[in-house]
Design a binder for this molecule. Structure first.
Ligand code: FES
Length: 172
């Protein structure tokens, strides 16, 4: 049974309806987005499901996941804090910011907090070089940008994310 179709029948049908049957492989991106929204990574099972829906190979699906930086094939936190440490940001203290933030959270760069909610990682230029330290937060809800940050402001935001996750779990 196709688990993605089983879990999101309406969404999958809506996505497939947007593409002509002989070009349905073009639906791979929105289907990957749908699959990742749930767990913040695309599982092997989800890749198999998408391949089956689109009549393409699992390797083709996996190669797309591997190519795009915002798709992941390994589990991590519910929220990915992506700190730019590219040169212009590094010159404005982004590396120190990243190290101190990780230290406060008790994780290594690339690691995930014990509650499984927050992953902090290093990324390349996010086009806000003059507002470093800056990061984006990627979650199942999309991306948000946070500029001119301090470790304190980042920790406040992380606390808000934790509370939002707690409220959401309470309603599930
Ligand atoms: S170098 Fe960091 S946003 Fe451009």
């Amino acid at each position: 049974m196709n688990k993605l179709l089983e879990k999101y029948p309406q969404e999958v049908k809506r996505i497939l309806a947007k593409y002509p049957p002989d070009h349905k492989r073009a639906a791979v991106m929105p289907l990957l987005y749908l699959a990742q929204k749930d767990q913040m990574y695309v599982s092997k099972q989800a890749m198999e499901d998408i391949a089956e829906l689109l009549d393409i190979t699992v390797t083709e699906v996996a190669s797309i996941v591997g190519f795009y930086t915002l798709y992941y094939d390994e589990p991590a936190g519910k929220y990915r804090i992506q700190v730019c440490t590219d040169l212009p940001c590094a010159l404005r203290g982004a590396e120190t910011f990243l190290q101190k933030l990780c230290e406060k959270l008790g994780i290594e760069v690339g690691g995930t907090t014990e509650d499984g909610l927050i992953t902090v990682e290093r990324v390349m230029c996010l086009a806000a070089c003059h507002h470093a330290p800056m990061f984006q937060v990627q979650s199942g809800d999309g991306l948000t940008y946070h500029e001119d940050q301090t470790v304190e402001s980042a920790l406040e935001l992380i606390e808000e994310l934790r509370q939002a996750a707690g409220r959401r779990n309470g309603h599930e």
